[in-house]
Design a protein around this ligand. Structure first.
Ligand code: AMP
Length: 558
């Protein structure tokens, strides 16, 4: 808690942070809170979703706002209804001890009359989506002339969603004296343009590198033929009982199809896409938040603003059209200091994109094999025994039924009981799992990615101590015009040196063109090394988490 206090926050705010159990500020909070408390200058903050942005701008505004004056002083614009509700809820919680402070959320898809009434009662902070805010300005219900703070949250997404005109109209209604705080996961050209048009001498704060969310996400991928994609998905899900996550599809149609097929085979899932009514969307989201649905099948647009902080997995049934969108997708997991996994199911022709994604994310992606039926069976047996071990049984010992069962099973041998269990719990699963087809695609692109015998290990005389990181290794290769398109496999960074694998047929070229060039002013030395071979085998096993199907015992033998 003292860490928050050091940032300059007062005792009321410290009390609400205590209630919320926030003990340490996140990197973006550490940087923005003191800045906003002390300065009236504009701010551009680069931070991913789920890194604690709401408190990063919310806390200093709450400390400076005049809660006893029922005048609108701050407006927060965000891309979606869900995010809008989430932000206003979070700020209300942060303002628990800020007496008299009123926060009002205004967003589309809901009756405007209630929102107009709420605004007329008077409010200190408005959180809104651009379309609805613009509408309320036109109706002369929302007046922004006394605004001191304007927050643009997820500015990149607002622009991607086509809110530029609404933003232009809203921004011209605000006074020049306002402080503009822009939060964005990426600084695209259009974000730069907004900043140039509406902000002056903005301070830039980047919390990207230490981003708690992204740090906690690991990335895995499978390569299968297009026809085997759904079968591979099923096997991956069966191997992970307990998955709670979002499955991304590219189109509305695919979303519906995949969700329907999953439902047919017993998974608890539902689809979310642009053509679903607001009422249905709210219902689906409520069920998802209550974990009655474990897997939400969604398009990128429909998933925007979903703010569920404990997703275990994000699954890319198809990779997004734009590489940048992968960052948004994978950022939906690994939030609130929890770890998460982003899984991609790729076509062999998409395998090359992994390299680009690795360089954007700055992390290695792990190639995984689609589990065989045997693997799944074994995993489910392990889970079954883990479940037994973790079931609390102490009280059952005194129950009437325990006595009856004990009596009636007296003559049944242990062997017979075991046989009964196998017949009832596993025989159908076992026969379904027998002799399953290998779904893993084969071929050159796949092998190169796997770091198989097609790969060669190279040792370079730079390591962590010299500031080399995974992005740096990619940059060394990619920035050399003679080495365009070289496939990079495993990378192991040591303090003094690093080892990475490249495709065999281009290894000599890599040595030739890297040797003698400079990294941070010092000559590069690179040579073949067999050390990478041992690293290639050092892959992690499957996650211990699991996916629960709708039926408790999906493969029960009748
Ligand atoms: P946000 O990026 O604001 O949506 O926050 C993501 C999640 O992290 C939310 O569930 C917050 O309640 C939580 N959170 C924000 N700041 C902290 C903090 N300093 N310590 C722990 N949790 C936090």
């Amino acid at each position: 808690m003292t860490a928050f206090k050091k940032l300059g926050l007062n005792s009321e705010i410290m009390k609400s942070l205590d209630d919320l159990g926030f003990t340490e500020p996140s990197p973006i909070q550490e940087k923005t809170i003191p800045f906003i408390l002390k300065s009236e200058n504009d701010l551009i903050a680069l931070a991913q979703t789920g890194t604690g942005k709401t408190a990063a701008f919310g806390l200093p505004i709450l400390q400076k706002i005049k809660a006893n004056e029922r005048v609108l002083q701050a407006i927060i614009l965000c891309p979606t209804r869900e995010l809008c509700i989430q932000i206003s809820r979070d700020i209300t919680k942060l303002a628990k001890y800020s007496e008299g402070l009123v926060v009002t959320a205004v967003y589309g898809g809901e009756k405007i009359d209630f929102q107009i009434k709420a605004l007329k009662r008077g409010t200190n902070i408005v959180v809104g989506t651009p379309g609805r805010v613009h509408d309320l300005i036109r109706r002369k219900v929302l007046k922004l002339q006394a605004i001191k703070w304007l927050v643009l949250d997820e500015a990149d997404e607002m622009l991607d969603m086509g809110f530029k005109d609404d933003l232009d109209a809203i921004l011209t209604e605000t006074p020049k004296t306002r402080q503009t705080l822009l939060f964005s996961a990426t600084i695209s050209k259009s974000v730069r343009l907004i900043a140039k048009q509406y902000m002056t001498d903005a301070e830039e704060i980047i919390a990207g590198e230490q981003n708690v969310g992204a740090e906690k996400v690991s990335h895995e991928y499978y390569i299968v033929g297009a026809r085997d994609r759904f079968e591979a998905l099923k096997r991956i899900l069966d191997y992970l009982p307990g998955v709670y996550g979002i499955l991304f599809c590219r189109t509305r149609r695919e979303t519906g199809e995949v969700s329907d097929k999953l439902k047919q085979v017993g998974y608890d899932t539902d689809a979310l896409h642009g053509e679903i009514s607001q009422i249905m969307r709210t219902k689906i989201m409520d069920r998802f938040k209550r974990k009655q649905i474990h897997l939400l099948v969604a398009t990128d647009v429909a998933a925007r603003g979903i703010d569920v902080s404990d997703l275990s997995h994000v699954i890319n049934y198809s990779l997004p059209g734009q590489d940048e969108a992968y960052t948004h997708r994978s950022g939906r997991t690994g939030r609130a200091q929890k770890s998460g996994v982003s899984i991609s199911i790729l076509n062999p022709r998409d395998a090359g994109r992994i390299k680009r994604l690795e360089s954007i994310i700055g992390k290695k992606f792990e190639y995984k094999k689609v589990p065989s039926g045997e693997d799944i069976c074994q995993k489910q047996i392990d889970n079954f025994f883990a479940e037994i071990e973790n079931t609390k049984t102490e009280e059952i010992g005194n129950e009437r039924y325990f006595q009856e069962f004990s009596e009636r099973l007296k003559k049944t041998s242990k062997e017979d009981l075991i046989k009964y269990f196998i017949a009832n719990k596993f025989s159908r699963l076992a026969s379904a799992c027998k002799n399953t087809r290998d779904l893993n695609a084969k071929g050159k692109a796949v092998n190169a990615r796997m770091g198989s015998e097609d790969g060669v290990g190279l040792k370079i005389n730079f390591g962590r101590k010299h500031g080399l990181d995974i992005k740096g290794v990619f940059a060394l290769i990619n920035s050399n015009r003679n080495l365009k398109g070289v496939e990079i496999g495993k990378i192991n960074l040591m303090p003094e040196y690093s080892v990475f694998s490249v495709e065999k047929k281009r290894a000599d070229e890599v040595i030739k063109y890297l040797k003698g060039t400079n990294f941070r002013g010092k000559k590069i030395d690179v040579s073949k090394s067999n050390m990478i071979a041992s690293y290639a085998g050092k892959r992690r096993g499957g996650s211990g988490r699991g996916f629960r199907r709708k039926r408790k015992e999906p493969r029960k033998v009748r």
